[in-house]
Design a protein around this ligand. Structure first.
Ligand code: NAP
Length: 466
């Protein structure tokens, strides 16, 4: 038998998950000189591109242009997309071992974190993840409901997702109507009565997780006055010393932006966004109807943690904010995959530089790899996945050269394809996706929008004649 990766015996790779991390893995594999590779990508949803379609904010279309590179790789002739095929439901590790030399998990971080405080079960308390997936038309979230008749909303967390949620809640109906947001969300947000939004950060302005471009954009929105309580915009001594020492450019820019917001006067715009620092929710308080009525906050002080980081320590000062909706935006979390070693505390697959490992000390599990958020946790921007995938692919190539790969009984493309057809006759191929994509884009062009998304899987299957 010729070497794996040669013309007559191509390297067969399965990638589970079709978001940026999965597609950058395809990209790096295709770039390897002298390597013949045939890639099958499995995706539980009917469409590719993961958070580029279902997570990136609909008013940030530029961030979605990365999908053009993914599309180019998908058309390389060495790639197949199997949409509506779920790992652990339609296809199992045993099957994959039977058809591929290497298997890469790129499943992202699909769950969200709780705050762990009383009142989280109240109606009107949501995760930002749900809201983002809902307005982006993610098929699993179309039936979610958010009571946008409420005027006051609290968003817990100061990351880029929290900013996306705040911006979407604050933009005008006209601004949202030109995006590729799901139609039902455009309609619901047009009727929204939200006019007061609080963003709540547990640490100070120098520790905020948002990017400067994102926070600055909030300050320029047509519809809102942005404000920061003056005393909360000031740096505590520990943060001041730390910032002087590190001269971290991104943090310095954020602090400057926040302090500029604190000096702004209110201009009477229809909505107000208040960014708070050094406060932590301790309870979500219900009203008589069992809905969110308020959020109780404790004031924090900045202290130096054992590892040198600046941490928030609760004081004995409390306050209560009257709000009718709460969105917690405190980070995502990966979910375990059947048969794959998982680190519960980190919410990631156990791995070393992308090689799945097991036991202590970690021993590589031959043929299994991880990439993206399920490998490193939910950090970084889309482009971070490019370097991340490069690292994982480097491990895959090194292992291939040392013949440390699986030895599948049926590495032929047709054999895996026959299995998919048997297990999930309704699977979506990349050509199917291109049909769906074109219909969406053409419909969008007729209304001056980037696309009008299908949000129901049955409608997607119907246009494919299924
Ligand atoms: P994130 O950047 O990790 O931010 C999470 C925020 O939640 C932080 O402010 C964190 O504060 C806070 N937090 C965590 N636990 C908390 C608790 N128990 N109580 C109060 N606050 C708590 O997460 P994310 O916003 O979900 O974003 C995920 C990733 O996607 C990030 O890398 C982000 O940059 C990226 N993203 C990028 C864009 C973009 O580029 N436009 C858009 C969306 C998302 P501490 O810092 O104190 O922990």
């Amino acid at each position: 038998m010729s070497l794996v990766g040669s013309e007559s015996n191509p390297l067969r790779v399965a990638i589970i998950g079709s978001g940026p991390a999965g597609f950058y893995t395809v990209n790096h594999l295709l770039k390897q000189t002298g390597l013949q590779v045939e890639i099958d990508m499995y995706e539980r949803l009917p469409f590719p591109f993961g958070l580029v379609r279902a997570g990136v904010a609909p008013d940030h279309q530029k961030d979605k242009t990365v999908a053009r590179v993914y599309d180019k790789n998908a058309r390389s002739g060495h790639y197949r997309f199997y949409g509506c095929v779920e790992y652990g439901k339609n296809i199992y590790l045993k099957d994959l071992r039977n058809h591929y030399h290497q298997i890469v998990f790129a499943t992202g971080a699909q769950a969200d974190r709780n705050l762990g405080i009383p009142g989280e079960d109240l109606k009107g308390n949501h995760s930002a993840t749900e809201f983002v997936a809902w307005y982006n038309g993610h098929p699993d979230y179309v039936d979610h409901r958010f009571d946008l008749s409420q005027e006051k909303v609290a968003i817990v967390g100061l990351g880029n997702v929290a900013i996306d949620v705040a911006r979407i809640l604050c933009k005008t109906a006209e601004e949202l109507a030109t995006t590729d947001m799901a139609d039902y969300a455009i309609k619901a947000l047009a009727k929204s009565r939200v006019n007061e939004v609080y963003m709540l950060g547990r640490r100070g302005p120098a520790q905020a997780a948002f990017s400067n471009s994102e926070i600055k954009e909030l300050g320029g929105l047509s519809n809102i006055d942005v404000t920061v309580p003056a005393e909360e915009a000031e740096l505590d001594d520990i943060s001041q010393t730390e910032l002087e020492r590190t001269q971290d450019k991104d943090k310095l820019k954020n602090v400057r932006t926040i302090q500029e917001f604190a000096h702004r006067s209110q201009t009477g715009k229809p909505k107000r966004l208040t960014i708070r620092f050094l406060v932590s929710p301790t309870e979500i308080i219900g009203d008589d109807a069992g809905r969110v009525g308020a959020i109780k906050l404790v004031k924090n002080e900045a202290v130096k943690g054992t590892n040198g980081s600046v941490r928030a320590k609760a004081t004995d000062r409390f306050e209560t904010l009257r709000v009718g909706l709460v969105f917690r935006s405190v980070g995502y979390r990966g979910i375990p995959l059947e048969g794959i070693p998982f680190n519960e505390s980190r919410g990631t697959i156990e791995n070393q530089s992308g090689r799945v490992v097991t036991g202590d000390p970690g021993e590589p599990v031959v043929g299994l790899y991880a990439v993206g958020w399920i490998k490193r946790g939910p950090t970084g921007v889309i482009g971070t996945n490019k370097t991340d995938a490069k690292e994982t692919v480097a491990c895959m190539i090194e292992d291939l050269h040392q013949a440390k790969h699986l030895t599948p009984a049926h590495p032929e493309i047709e054999s895996a394809s026959a299995l998919v057809k048997a297990r999930q006759p309704q699977f979506i191929s990349y050509d199917d996706w291109l049909v769906i994509d074109e219909i969406e884009v053409v419909k969008g062009q007729q209304s001056g929008r980037p696309r009008i998304k299908f949000v129901d899987v049955r409608d997607m299957l119907a246009v494919l004649g299924r």
